[in-house]
Each structure stands twice: as C-alpha cells, then as structure tokens.
Design a protein around this ligand. Structure first.
Ligand SMILES: NC(=O)c1ccc[n+]([C@@H]2O[C@H](COP(=O)([O-])OP(=O)(O)OC[C@H]3O[C@@H](n4cnc5c(N)ncnc54)[C@H](O)[C@@H]3O)[C@@H](O)[C@H]2O)c1
Length: 318
C-alpha cells in the first residue's frame, strides 16, 4: 500500500516530534489532539524543531514555511484519519486512553490504514484487544526526539499480519528511520533493556567504590559508546578479533571474560538511596564541565543536540 498521508494522534512531546519528522520528509500530516490548546503548543514545538534544524543547516529558513504548511491541526477525529494510510498514535501511556482512541479512529479511518502506537512498554495485543482490525496494529516505539533519532522498535501483537509489519518497516525507512523488529513481545523492547544492563553495571562499579559516577560516564562516552555510535557491539567484537573474528576473539579471552561475568552485577533492584546520590553527583559533574560543552542542564541539552546533528549528518540520516 502506498502511504500518501499520515495522521499523528496525540500532539504532546512525541506526537509533535513525529509530525515534524514526517512533514520534514514530505508527507502531509494531520495532527490531532483533544483540545486546541494542546495543538497550539504542538505548533510552537514544531516551529522550534524546524528553526533548530535550520540553524544547523539541515534545512533552509525558507523551507520552514513549506514544511509547516504540510501539517494540519484538528480536534475532529474524522478529519484527522478519514483519508490517511498511516496512523502514528502518541497519546497517554495507559490502556484505557489507547482503547478509547482506537474506538474513535476505527469509526473513520480506512480499514487497511496501518496503526502504529508509540507506546513505551504496553503490549500491542492488549492495545488492539477491542479493535475491529487488530491485524493492522503495530508498536512503533520511537526514541525521543523521533524527528532526530533514527531508531524505531516495531512490535507486533498476536493478530498483526507480517504484511503490516513489512509495510510499517518500509514506511519508517522511507522517512529515514532505522526500524528494528521484535520477533516476540519483550518488556522494555531492545534498546531500553540494553541501557539498563549498562546502567546496572555502572551502579555496581560506583557503589563498590571502583570509580566515580563521572568516570564511569567517561569510560562509556570516550570508549565503547564512540564505537557503538558507528556500529553494533557484535560488529565491534568481530573487528576486535582481527582475522580471527568475533568467535576467535572470545575463544582467546574466554577465561578472563568468564571471571568478569562471575563478578558482575546480577541484582534485580537499584540500591536504596542510589538515585538521590546520582542526582547530587550529576549536578556537581555538570557544573564542573567547561562552559562550551554545556555546564547547566539547558546548555548540556543544547550541546547534546548539536553533537547529535553532527553524528546524524555523518550517518547520512539528515
Ligand atoms: N516522552 C518520551 O520520551 C517517550 C519516548 C518514547 C515513547 N513515548 C510514548 O509516546 C506516547 C506519548 O507520550 P508523550 O511523552 O508525548 O506524552 P504527552 O503527555 O506529552 O502527550 C500526550 C498527548 O496525548 C493527548 N491525549 C490525551 N488523551 C487523548 C485522547 N483521548 N485523544 C487524543 N489525544 C489525547 C494529550 O492531550 C497530549 O497532548 C506514550 O505512549 C509514551 O509512552 C514517550
């Protein structure tokens, strides 16, 4: 099915960012929310996103108007979905709201329009439980902000067809995303589980007194994360093994690695007081950074986004 027009249902942090991204790639977008006041904020967010992209020479100032013109705003569901082929839902993260929205959407949307939920962790089978067409439901979990970060994690429910997964994947690729498909549902999907695995070990090292939180961060940023920003950990290990490859590398270091694995964190809950400790340490380490690489939460966020844009340009993703 050819996707010609997209609806974004829910215009909050994620919905307005999705709308920015789809419009940026040339799609007409219907942005829906329950109240005009949310749409007004969304319009301001989209304008700010585009202004930032223009500042970073991803688009020109003249293009801002044209891209903004591709987004229509409505509080009427029929207007939002009656002639779209792809629906990206980003409403509140609970089954009740998602079920109510689906009942409304299915009254007016074409029966074969793909319905992708931005859900961060609800089950698609459960989201599509009362749907008339559960076969067209996927999870399309973005990484914030979706107009910049390429990753989308696609999940399917029990009744989702493979054709819908493939069509969703093709659409996300067409807007410059890097979709990954979960073959079965898993809490936290892929990327959040990997993040927690890394942060559990950071916690272990710091609480054992092996290093400071700041140095654990540097050990990630200026070590593995630089390489992970280029390719996956398995490819990195393959290169690490030289001619021997990933298998040869692990045969060589297996004895050592087994000792590390025995010694590494495998607990199930963060220790009491850990997050209060983190907050104090992070506030201190941010304040101690040179000003030009961000030494307040706001300037650090700006530095992060500037670096992100530079990396995405290197990846040909902008
Ligand atoms: N914020 C993140 O970092 C992030 C990342 C990935 C995925 N998500 C997921 O994206 C979804 C949206 O999250 P968010 O952070 O944008 O939330 P948000 O609170 O910023 O936005 C939610 C929007 O949904 C609207 N809404 C509420 N009820 C509605 C209804 N019945 N019909 C239409 N719209 C309705 C609200 O008015 C609001 O504008 C959630 O499922 C969340 O789990 C969030």
């Amino acid at each position: 099915m050819e996707i010609k027009k997209v609806a974004c249902i829910g215009s909050g942090v994620i919905g307005s960012s999705w709308a920015t991204g789809f419009a940026l790639k040339g799609y007409p977008v219907m942005l829906y929310d329950i109240d005009e006041k949310f749409l007004k904020t969304a319009k301001e967010r989209i304008a700010a996103n585009l202004k930032y992209l223009a500042k970073n020479k991803v688009i020109t100032e003249e293009q801002i108007k044209e891209i903004m013109g591709r987004v229509s705003y409505t509080t009427d569901m029929e207007t939002a979905v009656r002639d779209v082929q792809f629906i990206q839902e980003s409403v509140l993260e609970n089954y009740d709201t998602k079920h109510k929205v689906i009942a409304e959407v299915e009254k007016y949307a074409p029966a074969d329009a793909i319905y992708a939920s931005s859900t961060s962790g609800l089950l698609i089978t459960e989201i599509a439980k009362y749907a008339k067409h559960p076969e067209r439901f996927i999870g399309g979990h973005p990484y914030n902000p979706p107009h910049l970060i390429p990753l989308v994690e696609i999940t399917k429910g029990e009744k989702t067809t493979d054709a819908v997964v493939e069509a969703g994947k093709a659409f996300y690729k067409s807007v410059g995303k890097e979709p990954v498909v979960l073959n079965k549902e898993a809490l936290g999907f892929i990327s959040n589980r990997i993040q927690q695995a890394v942060f559990r070990e950071v916690t272990e090292l710091v609480t054992r007194g092996v290093c400071s939180l700041e140095d654990a961060g540097k050990a990630v940023t200026f070590g593995p994360a630089l390489r992970w920003a280029i390719m996956g950990p398995a490819e990195i290990f393959q290169l690490g093994g030289g001619e021997k490859g990933i298998d040869g590398l692990f045969k060589m270091v297996e004895g050592s690695v087994n000792m590390w694995l025995d010694d590494m964190a495998d607990w199930k809950r963060y220790p009491a007081g850990w997050w209060d400790y983190c907050r104090k340490e992070v506030d201190k380490s941010i304040a101690a950074r040179p000003k030009e690489i961000g030494n307040t939460d706001a300037s650090l966020a700006e530095y992060r986004d500037d670096m992100l844009i530079a990396l995405l340009k290197l990846h040909n993703k902008l």
